[in-house]
Design a protein around this ligand. Structure first.
Ligand SMILES: Cc1ncc(COP(=O)(O)OP(=O)(O)O)c(N)n1
Ligand SMILES: Cc1nc(C(=O)O)sc1CCOP(=O)(O)O
Ligand SMILES: [Mg+2]
Length: 208
């Protein structure tokens, strides 16, 4: 199974955002520490998801960065991505593992220790855990769990825990201290006036 990078950049495909521009800025800085999760809006077509994922795979390859696809595992297979990420409204983890195969990276969303342990038992290779802090990027989320909630999940599993939800450079140290292996961000990079610099700051905070 491929090793897992610590900085997960989730594509921001909302109107006015530039997911490939942000990726081009982040790649030379984060290189193999970068995991790019291709996430499109629910109303995007499979063809749109495929075209974005195909470009992301091509951009990642020279840097040794990893591409995962959110939700749409057939797209992950079609572009030869390293794996995918599923949550409560997607394929169950065990089914996702059967689709992707034993060698793929498979992430699962977990919000509490019981769900986390079940996801690992079903075949998850890492967990996305959150929302750690308040976020405006996704609606309908439960209340933030904070570093304490993340600590409870990290203590229940032996796979890498990726903190998500309102993560910024400033919040990384407390999340790492609580057991996060890495972080997943949308707005911290997509909304940055200087994504290369913010990538460098995130990598420094994650690897110091
Ligand atoms: C790293 C990471 N963690 C959590 C999620 C959320 O996945 P999910 O709950 O399936 O929600 P959507 O992203 O599909 O809206 C994630 N994508 N990545
Ligand atoms: C897609 C997603 N899932 C979350 C979860 O907690 O499951 S939080 C989130 C959005 C994260 O965006 P930002 O870094 O801008 O807060
Ligand atoms: Mg999902």
């Amino acid at each position: 199974m491929p090793s897992l990078g610590r900085l997960h950049l989730i594509t921001d495909t909302r109107p006015g955002r530039d997911p490939l521009g942000v990726l081009r800025a982040a790649l030379p800085v984060a290189r193999a520490e970068l995991v790019v999760q291709v996430r499109v809006e629910d109303d995007a077509s499979d063809r749109e998801a495929y075209e974005l994922a195909r470009q992301v795979v091509g951009l990642c390859r020279p840097y040794g960065a990893t591409c995962l696809v959110n939700d749409r595992l057939h797209v992950a297979l079609a572009v030869d991505a390293a794996g995918g990420h599923v949550g409560a409204e997607d394929l169950p983890v065990a089914a996702a593992r059967r689709v992707l195969g034993a060698g793929a990276l498979l992430g699962a969303t977990a919000r509490e220790p019981g769900g986390a342990a079940a996801a690992v038992a079903a075949g998850a290779s890492y967990l996305g855990v959150g929302p750690c802090h308040a976020t405006t990027t996704k609606s309908g989320l439960p209340d933030p769990i904070g570093p304490a909630g993340l600590r409870a999940v990290a203590g229940a599993v032996d796979v890498p825990v990726i903190a998500i939800g309102g993560v910024t450079v400033a919040s990384v140290p407390a999340l790492r201290a609580a057991g996060a292996y890495g972080v997943a961000v949308v707005g911290a990079l997509s909304g940055s006036p200087d994504p290369a610099r913010t990538t460098a700051e995130l990598i420094a905070a994650l690897t110091c």
